[in-house]
Design a protein around this ligand. Structure first.
Ligand SMILES: *Cc1c(COP(=O)(O)O)cnc(C)c1O
Length: 357
């Protein structure tokens, strides 16, 4: 028997004006509707619906406000070259949802149901997908604990929601490398903690270091491991790759690193190109050493928002190094062009990564 969600749709009677795709702030403007589904320990997930985008009414004692039992995902829908609507590896985000849920003690969501919810919602909002090069509709599924209760335990009730916002091109005048502050005081995650779960607490814990980097003129921080503070983990809210003497290295997933969909796509792409990728622990000293020997060729972050974000400068305890003359490297550019090409259908998808809505 095929189980299908019976999604009730209530359309807005006052649709918003679509924004100018050339002037979009990331995450500041939302589409006309939202998907909502409730959970109750006695009923499971129930009442899937799409409603006009609107504020929620929640009890001030709702558990999410106090102990942060929540999860979120981030993915994009693209207007393809033939005007079709394309999702990029949504099954990966769905799989990760349930991994996060497991860690945060949120009940699992049926994978087919979640995919159907995303497709139905995106299809309804498809006129919101901007069409200019590099633009997309950013999709934010999330779950919050809603029990009105101040005791510490898993909630018995939850809300699963999907909201979306049109996002402009991340890069408008070519890809600019960013300056990165290597953070030695604050850490993002520790083994056994929630670093590999996509949950808000990780972000709350990271803001202070981000501010510190900003004050010093840096765009983001490079996170070191929480125990020895020498192994590189992530860059800002992205995974990180290094090209050293022809070899591509990315930190292995040791439990405190978020397993990015883009990270995985970059590894699979490089494997297809017969480029050696090594997933292993790598220290910041090894990276500085490689730079000293002239072997550090490229450094880049990977994530849904930017796809590839080249690193042009690192500052570690006042030692500043410049990477690839502060320009995007050829490999970073090639990966960026290929992945964004696949996402919009401009390049043939031999991986089966895209899904038509
Ligand atoms: C979401 C996220 C990433 C990137 O994951 P993608 O699936 O590639 O978007 C990397 N690090 C952190 C901490 C994240 O939250």
């Amino acid at each position: 028997m095929i189980k299908v969600l019976d999604i009730r749709i209530e359309k807005t009677t006052s649709p918003k004006e679509k924004p100018d795709a050339n002037h979009l702030d990331f995450g500041a403007l939302f589409t006309d509707h939202m998907f909502v589904m409730d959970y109750d320990i006695n009923k499971g997930w129930y009442n899937p619906r799409i409603e006009p985008y609107q504020p929620l009414t929640l009890d001030p004692s709702a558990m999410v406000f106090h102990y942060g039992q929540e999860m979120f995902e981030g993915m994009k829908a693209y207007k393809g070259v033939h005007n079709e609507v394309l999702l990029f590896r949504p099954e990966k985000n769905i799989e990760r949802t349930n991994k996060t849920n497991d860690r945060i003690c949120i009940p699992k969501i049926d994978e087919e149901d979640m995919l159907q919810a995303i497709r139905t919602f995106v299809d309804l909002e498809k006129d919101w997908i901007p069409e200019a090069d590099g633009t997309a509709l950013y999709i934010r599924p999330f779950i919050i604990a809603t029990d009105p209760y101040l005791g510490v335990r898993p909630s018995n009730t939850y809300k699963f929601m999907i909201i979306a916002c049109p996002v402009g091109a991340y890069y408008t005048e070519g890809i600019n490398p960013v300056k990165i502050w290597v953070e030695t005081e604050f850490v993002r995650a520790v083994p056994g903690g929630v670093g590999e779960a996509k949950t808000g607490g990780n972000y709350a814990a990271s803001i202070k270091a981000q501010m510190k980097a900003k004050e010093r003129g840096y765009t983001q921080v490079l996170w070191l491991d929480g125990v020895e503070r020498k192994f590189v983990e992530e860059v800002g809210t992205m995974n990180v790759f290094f090209k050293i003497d022809g070899e591509i290295i990315t930190p292995e997933l040791t439990g405190s690193i978020l397993a990015g969909v883009t990270r995985n796509s970059v590894i699979e792409l490089l494997n297809q190109w017969n480029q050696k990728v090594t997933e292993r622990r790598i220290t910041i000293d090894e990276i500085y050493e490689a730079h000293k020997e002239g072997l550090l060729e490229e450094v880049f972050g990977t994530g849904t928002a930017a796809v590839i974000s080249p690193v042009g400068e690192l500052n570690y305890n006042g030692n500043i190094i410049t990477i690839n003359n502060n320009e995007i490297g050829p490999l970073s550019q090639q990966i960026y062009d290929t992945i964004t090409g696949i996402q919009t259908g401009a390049i043939e998808d031999t991986f089966g990564w895209t899904l038509k809505v």
